[in-house]
Structures are given as C-alpha cells and as structure tokens.
Design a protein around this ligand. Sequence first.
Ligand SMILES: [Zn+2]
Length: 136
Amino acid sequence: MTRSRCQSFKRAGLFATFILFVPWIVSRLGITHYWYGQEWMLCLSNGTVAFACIVRGIGRSFGSETFTGWLPHYDLVGATKTLVVPLWLPLLLTVLATAVFFWWYPRLIPAGHCQRCGYNLTGNVSGVCPECGEKI
Ligand SMILES: [Zn+2]
C-alpha cells in the first residue's frame, strides 16, 4: 500500500468515526430522532439505530417507539420487522480500522528506500542494498 492510499484511508476512517460518533453521543444523551416513510421508520435512540418496516399489505402506522440493546437484533412482531443496531458496534469497528492505518502509516517505507530495511538508496547504482543485501 502506498503512503497516499494509507493517508486516504486515515482521513476516511476519521470521517466515518465522526459520522458515527455524533449520532451515538447525541442519542446517548437522551435525544431521539425519527425519520418516517410510507411503510418504514428509522429511529435513533439510546445509542442505537433501528430500522423498522411494515410487512406489505398490512396497514399500520409507526408511533414513537424507542429502541435499546447492547447487541444487534432482529424482530418480527405482528406486522413489523425491526432491525436494531447499537451504534457502539460500527463505531468500535471504525475506530479499530482507523487505528490500524495510524499504526501502519509511519511504518510504510517511502519510495527510493530499501523495501526490506528502509535504507535510503539515493545515488545507489549497484542494484543491491548496502545495508541488508536486498536486490533492488
Ligand atoms: Zn536493505
């Protein structure tokens, strides 16, 4: 992986972490928000995001349910299918993936250096790394 690609993953990871952290902390503070469609509802509450939809053909409107739970779960209750995903899970995965790129980035050996030992090969025309003997 190149340094610029690794840098891009770092930026994307920080952005994704921010995008997940804000709704997680807002919902943990007790703020609940709903988005409604004709037969679906998206609910942000108690550190979870829940998607609920009505089984086609059965009329029902959504109320102001809130969802909770530390593990993802799927329910089919009556005419409603609900998928609840606690935000800590994607947030943790994003933070860990981003941390890997932050750990990895300083270890990437730049171009013009021996890819085995990192020795600076500027001006080297021998075709062999003088530090470790790696063929260039
Ligand atoms: Zn070397």
